[in-house]
Design a protein. Structure first.
Length: 443
């Protein structure tokens, strides 16, 4: 925990990481987020007028959440405290709240910036609530996770959520040029770097300013030194951008975003997109068995009897992943993903399950019809258990007109097969069965 008054305009030592040395100190220096900070936009006006209220900054890493807090620190007429959810607990929260309440009584406003607020549990978040309500603090939380899932509803309802977007490549390039020319960065070291190299770093950063500046710093530190300055070589830069750290959290929102993208790509019969999202998950460290389990679900939910082989393929892929493991099993998963993408689609089984569950939950629960009950004892037989039951195998057609649903659901249809793939034959067969039963029921 520290007061943000440490964000002074004094020259920062070279031991401080480049991303911190060149951190923007005003709205004019800030790059990106024009939808929030452009002229006339709400957040810019709140900052310029010193009218900030409790808010949440939600966005991916390296897009300026902490930087905005530091800019607010320089503009607001308040005591400004930087608080980390990683290193602080209930004890530290209570100390800060006590101090903020005292300041409020003295007529001083406290702005509390909480980095990674999603890491606080419910009890820790609840500790802020009464002080936000009383106005003891103005809370500014930063999170990479969806606030709807990670922030208590009561606290979230008292905060304005501002969504920060990943930076555009042009924004990253602007930051890199600034770092190379600004005296707080490499402005005094005469660094030679081509536009192509700057573009390569910007592309590698994938919208993350911190990644871009860290990569630039590594490339410069490993450049060729001469009396004239430092030259960044293609070979040295290639080592710095050899592998991108993918945005993928196995327990966070991006996990659900990407598995959703995989499902919807297969549902839309797009094998190229499906393979891409599958590999994104694997490269991000996802368990191949998790992906395989989702494919098994998809095989029944979105393909069903349009291609009965789909479920077998998905189960086989799960077994292959279990036998082979990573990295060899990715091609097994790819086979299943492509098969499911190209298979004829039917959601008739899914619809049948959902509609039947809805009836079960919303309608009166009726007893099993007597003709469908077993009668293992004489007493049960005397009570009518099994009366009028027709054993289908004893009939020539292997069918009977016997009613199997409760009376209130008589005639209800849950499974309505589509005309795709093998399910077309199933639909034809079901129509014939229903027509036969209707003809017998009227006799």
């Amino acid at each position: 925990m520290e007061q943000l008054s440490i964000f002074s305009y004094e020259e920062k030592p070279k031991s401080v990481p480049l991303a911190n040395r060149v951190r923007p100190e005003s709205l004019e220096e800030f790059v990106g987020q024009e939808h929030l900070l452009g002229q006339g936009k709400m957040l810019r006006q709140l900052i310029e007028r010193d009218q900030i209220t409790s808010m949440i900054f939600w966005g991916p890493p390296g897009v300026g959440k902490t930087t905005l807090a530091s800019i607010i620190a320089g503009r607001t007429k308040s005591e400004f405290i930087n608080f980390s959810a990683v290193t602080s607990g209930i004890k530290e929260i209570k100390e800060v709240m006590s101090r903020a309440e005292y300041s409020r009584q003295m007529g001083i406003r406290t702005v509390l910036f909480v980095d990674e607020i999603h890491r606080f549990n419910k009890a820790q978040q609840d500790a802020f609530l009464p002080y936000v309500e009383k106005g003891s603090i103005v809370l500014i939380g930063a999170t990479t996770e969806n606030p709807s899932f990670e922030i208590n509803a009561a606290l979230l309802s008292r905060c304005k959520v501002f969504v920060l977007k990943a930076l555009e490549r042009e924004d990253i390039e602007k930051l890199l040029h600034h770092a190379l020319t600004d005296e707080r960065g490499f402005g005094r070291q005469n660094v030679g770097m081509t536009e192509h190299q700057i573009q390569a770093v910007a592309e590698f950063a994938n919208g993350d300013a911190r990644t871009a500046l860290n990569t630039l710093e590594m490339a410069v530190l490993n450049g060729e030194m001469s009396a004239e300055g430092i030259t960044v070589t293609d070979e040295g830069l290639e080592q710095c951008v050899s592998r991108r750290s993918l945005l993928y959290d196995k327990t966070g929102e991006e996990h659900y975003n990407i598995i959703s993208a995989l499902h919807k790509s297969m549902r839309n019969s797009d094998p190229d997109a499906a393979i891409y999202w599958m590999e994104r998950m694997l490269e991000g460290g996802e368990s191949p068995l998790y992906i395989a389990r989702r494919l098994i679900r998809f095989a029944s939910e979105d393909v069903g009897l349009a291609d009965p082989q789909a479920l077998q393929i998905a189960i086989a892929a799960y077994q292959a992943c279990h036998f082979n493991g990573m990295p060899e099993c990715d091609v097994n998963l790819a086979q299943a993903v492509v098969y499911l993408s190209m298979a004829p689609k039917s959601n008739a089984l899914y619809v049948a399950c959902e509609e039947s569950k809805s009836d079960i939950r919303q309608r009166k629960v009726e007893p099993v019809p007597m003709q469908l009950r077993s009668a293992p004892t004489a007493l049960m037989g005397n009570l009518g258990y099994g009366k009028d039951y027709v054993y289908a195998h004893d009939t020539e057609e292997k069918l009977s007109a016997m009613q199997c649903l409760p009376d209130s659901l008589k005639g209800r249809e849950y499974y309505r097969p589509a005309g795709e793939g093998a399910e077309a034959a199933v639909r034809q067969r079901l129509q014939e069965i229903k027509a036969w039963k209707e003809s017998r029921a009227t006799e």
